[in-house]
Design a protein. Structure first.
Ligand code: COI
Length: 363
C-alpha cells in the first residue's frame, strides 16, 4: 500500500495519508441510508502520549485494536462532536460553523480531564479527510455527510484516574434525515439526564448512555424520546432526547438558556439568531413544565420542536406528562418549517449568509 506524505502548506506539521485503494462507494445506496451506520473510506487518527499529541494520520477506515483494560471502556473518559458537511449544486463543499464544534470538543474535553486538541490538526485533518471522501457527499437538500470527531482515553489499565494516553479520531457517515415519522415525546418525571455541577453541558459519551434506559421505558409506552427536566425538581424543561428544545407559545419562541446541564447546541444558537433576524420574538429563559401544560390548555402552545445537528429541526407531535397525552395542533404555517428551511438554505449555499457561518472546504 502506498503512503503519501502530506505537508500542509499553511502550517508546519506532517500528516501521513494512506489512501484507501478499495473504495466501498460503488456499493452504497445513497437513497436508503440508515443514519450513522455506514462510513466513508477514510478516517483521521491522532494519538496523545508522553504529554503531547503525536503526528496525525489519515488512513483507510478500519477497526481499531484496543486493550481490554482500556480506560475509556471502564471509566467513560470520552467525548464527541457532531457536525455536517454539505455540497451545493455546483459541487462545492461547506461546513457549518465548524469553529463552534472545535471549541466545544475542547470544552467537553476539559471537563473530562482530556488534553485539548490543537486547532490546526483539527482543521487540516478534517479538510483533508473531506477532500479525500468528497464523492461521499451528495448535493441536494437533506443529503449531507455527518462528521463524528471523538476522543477517548486509550491507556491500558484499570486505575480510576485520568488517562495518560488518548486517541482523537474523525469518522464520517453519509446521511439523510435523522428521525422518520411523527415524534412523540414524554416529559421526564423520575430520571434525569444531567445535574448541576455535572457534565450535562459536555458531549460526554456517558450522557448518552444514561439516556438509553429511561428512553427505552418511554418507548415501551409508545414515545420515541424523553424531554429531560431539571434533576432537582423536574419542574423545568431542559432538552428533548439528543436535541435542544423550543416552544412556540402564541407567536413567541421560547427556549431554555444554556447552563451546566444543557448542551450549547450549534443548531440551537443558530435558530435563535435566525428567528431574531426574521423578526420573531425570542425568549431565552427557564421554561416550566406547568407553564407549557397551561399554554396547551389555553390553545397557546402552537409548536414544540427539537433542534440538533443530526435532526436539524424536528417537529414534536405530542407530549406525554403524568399519564396525559398533549397533542400539538395542526397548523397551516409552522415556525419550525420556516426556521428549518432558512438554516438549511444557509447550510446548502442557497441563501445569503449574513452571519458568515458557512465555511468553504478546499477539496
Ligand atoms: C447530534 O445532533 O450531533 C447529536 O448529538 C445526535 C447524535 C447523538 C446522533
Amino acid at each position: 500500500m502506498r503512503i503519501n506524505l502530506y505537508i500542509s502548506s499553511r502550517i508546519e506539521f506532517a500528516m501521513r495519508v494512506e489512501i484507501n485503494k478499495q473504495s466501498k462507494i460503488d456499493a452504497v445506496d445513497f437513497d436508503n441510508l440508515d443514519f450513522g451506520m455506514l462510513f466513508t473510506d477514510h478516517m483521521f487518527v491522532c494519538d496523545y502520549k508522553d504529554g503531547e499529541w503525536k503526528e496525525p494520520q489519515i488512513i483507510p477506515y478500519q477497526p481499531i485494536a484496543v486493550d481490554p483494560s482500556m480506560s475509556a471502556l471502564h471509566y467513560g473518559q470520552a467525548v464527541f462532536e457532531g457536525m455536517k458537511a454539505y455540497k451545493d449544486q455546483a459541487g462545492e463543499v461547506f461546513l457549518f460553523r465548524p469553529e463552534e464544534n472545535f471549541h466545544r470538543i475542547n470544552r467537553s474535553s476539559e471537563r473530562l480531564a482530556i488534553p485539548a486538541f490543537p486547532k490546526n490538526y483539527f482543521f487540516e485533518g478534517l479538510e483533508k479527510l473531506l477532500a479525500l471522501d468528497k464523492e461521499w457527499i451528495k448535493s441536494g437538500i437533506g443529503n449531507s455527510l455527518y462528521i463524528r470527531p471523538f476522543v477517548f482515553a486509550s491507556q491500558a489499565g484499570v486505575q480510576a484516574s485520568a488517562s495518560n494516553e488518548y486517541k482523537f479520531m474523525i469518522i464520517c457517515a453519509p446521511v439523510g434525515a435523522y428521525y422518520g415519522g411523527e415524534l412523540h415525546v414524554k416529559i421526564a418525571e423520575k430520571y434525569s439526564r444531567a445535574a448541576q455541577g455535572g457534565v450535562g453541558y459536555a458531549k460526554a459519551a456517558g450522557n448518552y448512555a444514561a439516556q438509553f434506559y429511561p428512553t427505552k421505558l418511554a418507548q415501551d409506552e409508545g414515545y420515541q424520546q424523553v424531554i429531560w427536566t431539571d434533576a432537582h425538581s423536574h419542574e423545568y424543561l431542559e432538552e428533548a432526547g439528543t436535541m435542544n428544545i423550543f416552544f412556540r407559545i402564541g407567536e413567541r419562541l421560547v427556549t431554555a438558556p444554556t447552563t451546566d446541564t444543557i448542551l450549547d447546541g450549534v443548531t440551537r444558537k443558530s435558530i435563535i439568531k435566525i428567528a431574531e433576524h426574521l423578526g420573531i420574538d425570542v425568549e431565552v429563559r427557564p421554561v416550566r413544565v406547568d407553564e407549557i401544560i397551561a399554554a396547551h390548555a389555553q390553545g397557546q402552545l402552537k409548536e414544540v420542536f427539537g433542534a440538533g445537528t443530526a435532526v436539524v429541526v424536528s417537529q414534536i407531535h405530542s407530549i406525554g406528562y403524568k399519564g396525559e397525552k398533549y397533542t400539538l395542533p395542526k397548523l397551516d404555517n409552522y415556525m419550525a418549517d420556516q426556521l428549518k428551511s432558512h438554516i438549511m438554505g444557509i447550510q446548502y449555499n442557497e441563501l445569503e449568509d449574513p452571519f458568515q457561518w458557512r465555511h468553504a472546504v478546499r477539496t
